[in-house]
Design a protein around this ligand. Structure first.
Ligand code: TEU
Length: 553
């Protein structure tokens, strides 16, 4: 599907407002803080900003628990601040994509309050079931049962996430109508699209049947991609964003490439989606069970989506729910700089739209968490507490390494702007600890260093702009079984002829030699993360975490 479209050629920068920049010293990021830093986003060459939720919320899940879809969370500012942000983004010829969280609302939302009082039939807006015990064995993604008993109502309601995030019943047409009306209210304000939170969970099967108890997220085989998911998404698209020039990206938990193709094919209801298959290569069968990953597995998973998806790919290696990539997929010590550039090269030379999460462009690293009360993330806390309650562990220390490796809080430590006390994020007390390595890893230091990861991101954005083969070209994986090297060819044939590039990435901390097809045709170096790239005679010797992109002659 090579039709030229702005969102296929865009680079998206994701901003988690709570941790991006605090303008009023309350220790929490805000909209004016985002406005103050738009020059940084623009200097990267980003075309689109995806802004995580800024709506009114009790902040149990940092804004994914919405209590008013048409108001701005007070700590983030006012609707006037939001209008100013939109205007500033558009003045820079950038676009603003808002986060849409409609699988569930906060239990503080007016709809939920009315459903508890059973006012005007709002009871049917959520999944209320009577009886003492949970009606099925479904689990919350944050640990524990997916059912919460409400003493006052004498019934229980479904929550696939936190107990303060009640699942909306999308089989109720009034729910869908209210959601579409809200979406059109935002579209009329001039937003440029939506990132749609767990949007493939909105349809639950009749009877809410028990799930396989062996699944960590018990019930997921039923509530993911449910019977009406495709139909509701198509109805939503038709009734809302398809009537505007928008970009939509749906977060789809537990989706495979076949199901994904229904959601994002040219006739599908979404432009692209976030899948999770590459986010599970280092995850065991439970959140707390670590698993070693190997490069052939990561290559196989991501290559499968490059070649088998009938539709457009999103390209992401991290976000506000994932750990920092130099810590997870490469080296955040001696080879942090080379690693950050290696992973950026992968992100910008695959087929799809690249998403850069705040801090990724300066190679931010995971935080050395050492106790549960340092954490904010409901998922990390919930999973550890669940294991303690089940008697599987006695103390945090037993799972400290896996929490350090996996906690969503790794991505939520404040953005590191400079080497000052709180990394230039706030003049107050930051809501979450600032990474101690901010004295070296920060935007100001990166700006002063022509060889920084930040400068390399800027180069990659330009390289992608100048080479359509990187956007629209076919993808062919080479040497699939190589344990250390990831090599692939991109090919684009147009009326003007055929462009081919060869990408070779060394995911190891040692020098790695390989012979591979087409290397004998390697010509000009398009971009590389080491200086003095030797010419090849078909044999490539790559230094630790070395990345090279060659034109093929
Ligand atoms: O995340 C959905 C979700 O399942 C992830 O939290 C997933 O569990 C994690 O990425 C893998 O460990 C979305 C939002 O991105 C997340 O921030 C919210 O907490 C969640 O939905 C509920 O709205």
């Amino acid at each position: 599907d090579r039709e030229r479209t702005w969102w296929k050629e865009a680079v998206v920068y994701q901003i988690y407002p709570k941790s991006f920049n605090d303008s009023d010293g309350d220790g929490v990021g805000d909209l004016q803080g985002v406005i103050d830093r738009l020059d940084h986003v623009e200097s990267l060459g980003a075309d689109v900003i995806w802004l995580n939720p800024v709506y009114e919320s009790p902040q149990a899940d940092n804004g994914y628990d919405i209590s008013d879809y048409r108001a701005i969370h007070e700590a983030y500012g006012t609707m006037d601040d939001w209008e100013e942000l939109l205007a500033e983004v558009h003045d820079r010829d950038m676009r603003l994509v808002m986060d849409l969280v409609v699988n569930h609302t906060s239990t503080d939302h007016e709809w939920f309050r009315k459903s508890r009082e059973d006012e005007d039939d709002y009871r049917g807006y959520y999944y209320w079931r009577d009886g003492e015990g949970p009606p099925n064995n479904w689990k919350s993604g944050f640990g524990g049962s997916a059912w919460e008993h409400d003493e006052e109502v004498g019934e229980q309601y479904l929550h696939l996430f936190d107990r303060t995030q009640a699942d909306l019943d999308w089989d109720n047409a009034e729910v869908r109508e209210d959601v579409y009306e809200m979406m059109n209210w935002w579209l009329e304000k001039g937003i440029d699209g939506f990132r749609m939170d767990v949007i493939n969970l909105v349809s639950k099967p009749e009877g809410l049947p028990d799930g396989d108890p062996e699944q960590d997220w018990t019930g997921i085989e039923h509530f993911a991609n449910g019977p009406n998911a495709q139909a509701y998404l198509e109805e939503m698209a038709e009734r809302t964003y398809e009537n505007y020039d928008t970009m939509t990206v749906g977060e789809c938990v537990d989706v495979d490439v076949e199901t994904a193709s229904d959601y994002v094919s040219a006739e599908g209801p979404m432009d692209m989606l976030f899948h999770f298959e590459h986010m599970f290569v280092d995850v065991g069968d439970r959140w707390l069970s670590p698993a070693e990953w190997d490069l052939p597995d990561l290559k196989a998973v991501m290559s499968h989506w490059q070649t088998e998806l009938d539709g457009w790919n999103s390209l992401y290696l991290t976000n506000h729910d994932q750990p920092r990539i130099v810590s997870r997929f490469a080296d955040d010590g001696e080879y942090r700089r080379q690693s950050g550039k290696l992973l950026a090269t992968l992100l910008f030379t695959l087929s799809g739209t690249p998403y850069v999460y705040q801090g990724q462009e300066i190679g931010m690293t995971n935080y050395p968490w050492s106790s549960l009360d340092e954490l904010d993330d409901l998922q990390s806390i919930g999973k550890v507490e669940e294991a303690m309650e089940a008697g599987e562990i006695d103390a945090f220390e037993e799972v400290q390494d896996i929490v350090r490796a996996r906690s969503r809080d790794n991505a939520r430590t404040p953005m590191q702007w400079d080497e000052s006390e709180h990394a230039g994020f706030t003049d107050g007390e930051p809501w979450l600890a600032v990474n101690p390595d901010h004295d070296e890893i920060n935007v100001a230091a990166a700006e002063r260093d022509e060889d920084s990861i930040l400068q390399y991101y800027r180069t990659l954005v330009d390289v992608r702009d100048e080479n359509d083969v990187l956007v629209y070209g076919d993808y062919q994986l080479l040497i699939p079984d190589h344990e250390e090297l990831w090599a692939y060819r991109r090919t684009l044939t147009t009326d003007e002829g055929t462009d081919e590039v060869l990408v070779v990435l060394n995911f190891d901390d040692t020098e790695t030699v390989a012979t591979l097809d087409h290397a004998e045709r390697a010509g000009e170096v398009v971009v590389a993360n080491y200086d003095e790239v030797p010419t090849t005679d078909g044999v490539l010797t790559l230094r630790p975490y070395e990345a090279r992109v060659y034109e093929l002659e």
